[in-house]
Design a protein around this ligand. Structure first.
Ligand code: 13P
Length: 251
């Protein structure tokens, strides 16, 4: 049964336009297209237009968006605008939720707006350390998923990618073990199957993914890719993770 992988890099607030272009051009030289392999990077807004379409093997995504199409919303970017320069969009990253006070309701509106404008969303969910320690991981994930997907048509579910990112593993160097990640991914997979039977939905793991731990994560049954932060800023590290996905696809 052919597995497919999405290897995605969230650059957060790093890289100028010139650095972003250089990165995409250098990364493109590091791997060849292969059936089942998808690669995406999420540069800052300022670098989207300059990187979009630069190489057909590398999709370009935005890190956030507002849910309105247009209007007096100073500083915001709409799905209508993003559609011109992005192939997909991150929704509800934990840094958006924690630092910029995005609530589940905002996440739900953004997700539906992205779908309405044909911009495939990557929905980020995950528990805090106290929630994990209190045994509330699955309950938190269930709640976030239910709230984010409220009112989404089953037919649209296939356009969504879910990224499970335990907050305690983001930028900490402490990744979830493959077993911990697989347990939550399996739970998410089951929930998605109930909501949209038979639909194929990618579930990415994110949180301190590095070349050294990527293979053991990618090999897990319900992990269909990774969302990489820090290690996606260096061409050699990000391409080493891509090579691991290729290894598994060729096996
Ligand atoms: P790190 O890989 O730096 O832990 O970041 C993960 C992340 O937040 C990706 O969206």
């Amino acid at each position: 049964m052919g597995k497919e992988y999405l290897i995605a890099g969230n650059w957060k607030m790093f890289k100028t336009v010139a650095e972003s272009r250089e990165f995409v051009q250098a990364l493109a030289k590091e791997f060849t297209a292969f059936p089942g392999l998808e690669v995406a990077v999420f540069p800052p807004f300022t670098a989207l237009a300059a990187t979009h379409g630069l190489d057909p093997k590398i999709k370009i995504g935005a890190q956030n968006m507002f849910f309105e199409e247009k209007g007096a919303f100073t500083g915001e970017i709409s799905p209508l605008m993003l559609r011109e320069t992005a192939d997909c969009v991150l929704i509800g990253h934990s840094e958006r939720r924690e630092i910029f006070a995005e609530h589940d309701e905002d996440v739900n509106k953004k997700l539906k707006a992205a779908l309405q404008f044909n911009l495939p969303p990557v929905l980020c969910i995950g528990e805090t350390l106290p929630e994990r320690e209190a045994g509330k991981t699955l309950a938190k994930v269930r709640l976030q998923l239910e709230k984010a997907l409220q009112g989404v048509a089953a037919a649209d579910m296939e356009k969504i990618t879910v990224a499970y990112e335990p907050i305690w593993a983001i930028g900490t160097g402490r990744n979830a073990t493959p077993g911990q990640a697989q347990e939550v991914h399996h739970f998410i997979r089951q929930m998605l199957q109930e909501m949209a039977p038979g639909k194929k939905i990618k579930i990415l793991y994110g949180g301190s993914v590095k070349p050294e731990n990527s293979l053991e994560l990618l090999v897990q049954e319900d992990i269909s890719g990774v969302l990489v932060g820090g290690a996606s800023l260096k061409v050699d590290q990000f391409s080493a993770i891509i090579q691991n996905a290729l290894k598994l696809l060729r096996a």
